[in-house]
Design a protein around this ligand. Structure first.
Ligand SMILES: O=C(O)CCC(=O)C(=O)O
Ligand SMILES: [Fe+2]
Length: 391
């Protein structure tokens, strides 16, 4: 406590802080005081943190030097790093115009999706300026004045724009060192004035590019599975998509927590834009493999729902993001699925054409909504949600 006051009041950067520093400290007082009580009341501490609506960034801005206890992760067993394996970078040049190039790319996409569940794409059709501006827009939002951000802070997931810290704050075993703004973009985009000004124009622009790229990626995946090109689009795998715009503030004790806990994604496919900080790691053969930032590239990974409908042919692979102590990290994950809209009650199970006597269906059918409800009830706990749907 004392350290906090002493160390922060002397820091110059707070002179320009958008709200009065005293107010910021006051909003955090319950969290900062609670750990000193005789018995640690985790639930109250989490609630107090949530009620500040200031997120992890607020803690950092308040100058904390020790992270609150509910961010402390259990020691990770399989944390060996830097396995000398490179996750493929696939060049999409010519996929729409050259038959030979396309079939080569289909092979690469198939191999990467069966092996790592992850790959990067370059020459994907989204200009570098658009990628940079998307990251800048997300940074502007998260670094905006607290009063602006607070308007979007909610746990009501029926809202099109949701800003909060840790969607599973109350369910997960330990909180992650990050804040997130989620925007449900398609099939029904938010109204213009629902989108924060800081990232409004670029979010709409990025969405038009992502939609196109989604069509291409689902075509390549369909072909890789031996299905007709538009199969996955026809069954509406890319009908909906939502953006999770993450902000990972620098952490004073990065070794005690993580930016994002080990998890697999609860969608069909994710297209991830990351900045130059790094820290994303993919779980492969019991090792963590780095996913290095590559200027202009997008990271693509198979989600749980695509693993289900491909009957385990394509792999939804676990990944995590490390916390870092130097600079804030920004990323935008585009999740392809219809989120939890009850209107879309299509059932998804292993695709008929992929089932044979030797390959009987491995999963029961589920709607996207039921799948997500189950996923959310568990939080990012590490255990695969797929087992719940396995036959
Ligand atoms: O921030 C990242 O690089 C990854 C985020 C992620 O894994 C997710 O949103 O599911
Ligand atoms: Fe993820």
């Amino acid at each position: 406590m004392l350290t906090l006051y002493e160390s922060t009041t002397t820091k110059k950067e707070y002179h320009t802080f958008p709200i009065r520093f005293v107010e910021l400290i006051q909003s955090y007082l319950p969290i900062l005081v609670l750990p000193m009580a005789a018995s640690y009341d985790r639930a109250s501490e989490i609630k107090a943190f949530d009620e500040t609506k200031l997120g992890v960034k607020g803690l950092v801005d308040a100058g904390i030097t020790k992270i609150p206890q509910f961010f402390i992760q259990p020691p990770e067993q399989s944390s060996l790093k830097s396995l000398p394996v490179e996750i493929p970078v696939i060049d999409l040049t010519g996929v729409d115009s050259d038959v030979a190039l396309r079939s080569e790319v289909v092979k690469q996409v198939k191999n990467a999706s069966e092996t790592f569940g992850f790959f990067q794409v370059v020459n994907h059709g989204i200009p570098l300026e658009v990628l940079d501006e998307m990251l800048a827009g997300v940074r502007r939002f998260h670094e905006a004045e607290i009063e602006i951000k607070k308007k979007y802070y909610t746990r009501d997931v029926s809202k099109k724009v949701v800003y909060n810290s840790n969607f599973d704050l109350y369910e997960g075993p330990a909180a992650n060192w990050r804040d997130t703004m989620s925007v449900n973009m398609a099939p029904e985009p938010p109204k213009l004035d629902e989108l924060p000004v800081a990232s409004r124009d670029i979010t709409l622009k990025y969405a038009t590019y992502i939609k196109e790229l989604g069509i291409t990626l689902f075509e390549l995946l369909s072909e890789g599975l031996g299905l007709k090109s538009d199969h996955l689009t026809e069954i509406e795998c890319n009908k909906g998509f939502y953006f999770l715009s993450h902000y990972y503030p620098p952490c004073p004790e990065p070794h005690l927590t993580v930016g994002t806990t080990k998890h697999s994604d609860p969608d069909f496919l994710t297209v991830l834009l990351q900045d130059d900080i790094g820290g994303l790691q993919v779980f492969y053969e019991n090792y963590w493999v780095e996913m290095p930032p590559l200027p202009g590239a997008l990271v693509v990974n198979i989600g749980d729902l695509l693993q289900i409908i491909s009957n385990d042919k394509l792999k939804s692979v676990e990944h995590r993001v490390l916390a870092n102590s130097s600079r804030p990290r920004v990323s935008v994950a585009c999740f392809f699925s219809t989120f939890r809209n009850p209107v879309y009650n299509r059932l998804y199970g292993p695709i008929k054409e992929l089932r044979t006597d030797e390959n009987p269906p491995l999963y029961k059918e589920t709607t996207v909504r039921d799948f997500l409800d189950y996923y959310d009830s568990k939080g990012l706990a590490g255990a695969s949600v797929l087992d719940h749907f396995r036959l």
